[in-house]
Design a protein around this ligand. Sequence first.
Ligand code: SF4
Length: 291
Amino acid sequence: MDDLMGIHVPPPREDFAIREVFVDHALRKDPLPHIDYSFNPYVGCFHQCAFCYVPRLMQTDRAAWGRSVVVKRNAASVLAREVRKLPRGLVAISTATDPYQFVEGAYRITRHALEVLLRAGWPVSVLSRSGLMLRDVDLFVQFKEIEVGMSVPTLDDNARKLLEPWAPSIESRLRCLRELADAGLTTFVGFAPAYPPTGGWTAGAIADIFESIDVRKVFTRPLDARWGVRESMLARLEDSAVSRDLARISDRGYMAGFIDELAAECKARGIEFRNAEEFRIGVRMAPSLKV
Ligand code: SF4
């Protein structure tokens, strides 16, 4: 599965395992603000981002993260039962996996879930790093309430290659956002976890790109380098030309200044900007990376 909808998708790694399960529940009450439920079609994620917070949430071994995915085969039919019983609310797809990682091309769990939510008239917010999302534009445009977004936490693809080497390129994510906006959809960027500016990018230049592809909203949160994230990232930053600049990703003072700058540049261009509360002074974070 090397190419989907004209978007390059890295071939599965040889040691990557796919397992199928049947589940009893599909929706989960979500504690995140502005979200009522989360729907995660898969457990695990091919993209294997070094900073991923899901291993911590699931209390699983970070070293094993990104080596397998569990497919919830019946998730959409369970969802269909749940939307008949639960109070209507905003469903985030997804919060603990990428709903358009390559297995979705074959299993279509995300697509079937969207069909269920569309029939039920529920609002959705969809977030991915993969341009496979474009396959479902025909469904997105039928929703009355929907936001679709891409995680674009840096514009420097060299930095992206270091920390999320198995995820699609930044260029393909921007192209996807452009096409979603051209379809008349409200698009957002998840600038999370916020990367520091590398490769000559400035806050103004980043905001210019977002404006040029009609991004309407940006939300961000800082890296939380605890729980093995720091060690996982350090291993990938060794011997890299951008490692010194990129290591500032966990320098809270520096990142808070950069985020303030990016927020101002986005707002000046009419792009809504939301920052996570973690940037408030006093929240305990891990020490900065040193490379
Ligand atoms: S795409 Fe999201 S869920 Fe997947 S590894 Fe990266 S951060 Fe984790």
